[in-house]
Design a protein around this ligand. Structure first.
Ligand SMILES: Cc1cc2nc3c(=O)[nH]c(=O)nc-3n(C[C@H](O)[C@H](O)[C@H](O)COP(=O)(O)O)c2cc1C
Length: 186
């Protein structure tokens, strides 16, 4: 093995997701933002680390949000919603090219262009910035379902965020089978 280099305390976990959070404001207008610091913390639970945004005002208002993984097709729009606030740009969603439909399960918008949406209710905000949500439903555009009727990563191509050089990468090809390939070493 070669030498290891220390980087101190850094949020370097790979792959890091590109989460697009959908919310409604007090007028019922949809908004979206990009968040990388989040992940699944239980079978039906997710935490996203958010500083102060229009999105956080909206989440506190409605106790609800949606989470969609950004995909390669919508990379530019997904980055755009991460660099412009709905507070400053009332046409943010239109400029991103995102259209929405209200979730049937929570008071938050499902972004139609992003194929997989976790529809979540807010459980609580931990330490002022960790938004713990319960996943009430996952809705998926049929275009990314495989022949078995499940989400296919051959059809759905999420991007991941490189926090070191700020790049977006797409997921690669399948390399193995979980709960199976390791059995070779038993
Ligand atoms: C790649 C990327 C990752 C981001 N991750 C986060 C994050 O994890 N938490 C956060 O609070 N803001 C994050 N942001 C910043 C917000 O998306 C940005 O401030 C956005 O404009 C907020 O929109 P809003 O005010 O309309 O809600 C990220 C932005 C980008 C481009």
């Amino acid at each position: 093995m070669s030498e290891r280099k220390n980087f101190g305390a850094q949020p370097f976990l790979f792959p890091q997701p590109v989460l697009i959070i959908g919310t409604y404001d007090e007028q019922g207008k949809a908004n979206a933002m990009n968040a990388a610091w989040g992940g699944i913390v239980g079978r039906d639970e997710i935490i996203i680390d958010l500083s102060q945004h229009k999105t956080t005002d909206n989440i506190k208002l409605n106790k609800a949000f949606t989470v969609s993984a950004a995909d390669t097709e919508h990379m530019v729009a997904s980055d755009y919603v991460g660099i412009v606030s709905g507070k400053d740009e009332p046409e943010k969603m239109e400029k991103a090219g995102f259209t929405t439909v209200k979730s049937e399960y929570v008071n938050a918008p499902v972004i139609k262009e992003l194929p997989v949406a976790l529809e979540c209710e807010l459980i609580k905000v931990i330490d002022d910035n960790k938004y713990l949500g319960r996943i009430k439903n996952v809705s998926v555009d049929e275009s990314v379902l495989g022949e078995d009727g499940e989400i296919s990563l051959e059809k759905f191509v999420p991007i991941t965020y490189d926090p070191v050089h700020h790049g977006y990468y797409k997921l690669g090809e399948k390399v193995g089978n979980a709960f199976k390939d390791g059995a070779k070493l038993k």
